[in-house]
Ligand binder design. Structure first.
Ligand code: IPD
Length: 267
């Protein structure tokens, strides 16, 4: 099974889920759960069902880790003991979507053992499909994309997010302010997968989040790597929550050192 073959299914699944969400935008406020800073939508569940159905049809024995049914703290259900795991975020940027803000996407990745081998991120409101298969190039709508040439943090556009629960000793707004004070511009856009694809496309120079989930970043991280960038998971928890950064590569070490010094200072 080649990465290119797996990518075909990732593309089908992310496009179908995304087109379903877009066609049902008028239902964006139908909720199944609302909490202080988050929301779970009926469309999250429907889009996940669509993406999962396509994966199951093509690869019935592969394991699936999907945001809306993930048992946080439990290993992925893998009844066939498959080396392949599909990782699905049916709507990344759910809160944006629920307000009618266009910065959201559908993300589908597949891992072989510990390595992501194919990934697709579809942003329906922009009609942009980001793709990559390991060993190949990254593309947006079939055109090759590459990361930026920005060499230092002080010249950089950095995209980040505020974790919903406090996951570091440093208050999340203090960390944001510290990043903002040390880069050209820091932005909170609200959909991690799309943020990382912007790094892949050279439209931003780096991304960081202290408490993000693997389904938010799996596909986009492969895309940024195949576009010439670097990704790194600084820590992970059994709940599938990770501390993750993605950069154009050139400023990776400066950004990582900046982050780890801040986070350690507060430990
Ligand atoms: C969220 C988005 C957001 C990030 C949150 C995530 P979801 O994912 O990626 O950018 O800041 O931490 O939970 O819940 O919309 O799939």
């Amino acid at each position: 099974m080649t990465p290119a073959h797996l990518l075909e299914t990732a593309v089908k699944a992310s496009r179908s889920a995304g087109l379903h969400a877009l066609a049902n935008l008028h239902r964006r406020q139908e909720t199944v759960m609302v909490s202080a800073h988050d929301v779970k939508l009926k469309l999250d569940l429907e889009c996940q069902e669509i993406a999962q159905g396509m994966v199951r049809t093509d690869f019935p024995h592969h394991a699936i880790l999907a945001e809306e049914s993930a048992d946080k703290g439990q290993p992925v259900d893998n009844p066939h003991d498959s080396p392949y795991t599909w990782i699905i975020d049916p709507i990344d940027g759910t809160v944006n979507f629920s307000h009618g803000m266009p910065w959201w996407c559908c993300s589908v990745a597949v891992k072989h053992e510990d390595h992501t081998v194919a990934g697709a991120v579809f942003a329906p409101a922009f009609n942009e499909l980001f793709t990559a298969a390991r060993g190949g190039k990254a593309h947006c709508n079939n055109r090759p994309i590459t990361v930026s040439q920005t060499g230092t943090l002080k010249e950089a556009m950095i995209l980040t997010g505020l974790d919903q629960k406090h996951v570091t000793h440093m208050p999340r707004l203090s960390l944001f302010r510290d990043i903002a004070d040390n880069v050209q511009k820091a932005r909170l856009m609200g959909a991690a997968a799309l943020d990382i694809c912007r790094v892949a496309a050279g439209q931003a120079d780096g991304y960081f989040e202290a408490g993000i989930y693997v389904w938010d970043v799996a596909a986009a991280s492969l895309i940024v790597e195949m576009a010439g960038g670097r990704t790194e998971t600084l820590s992970s928890r059994p709940s599938h929550q990770i501390m993750h950064l993605a950069t154009n590569g050139l400023l990776h070490e400066e950004f990582r050192d900046f982050l780890t010094s801040r986070l350690e200072l507060q430990a």
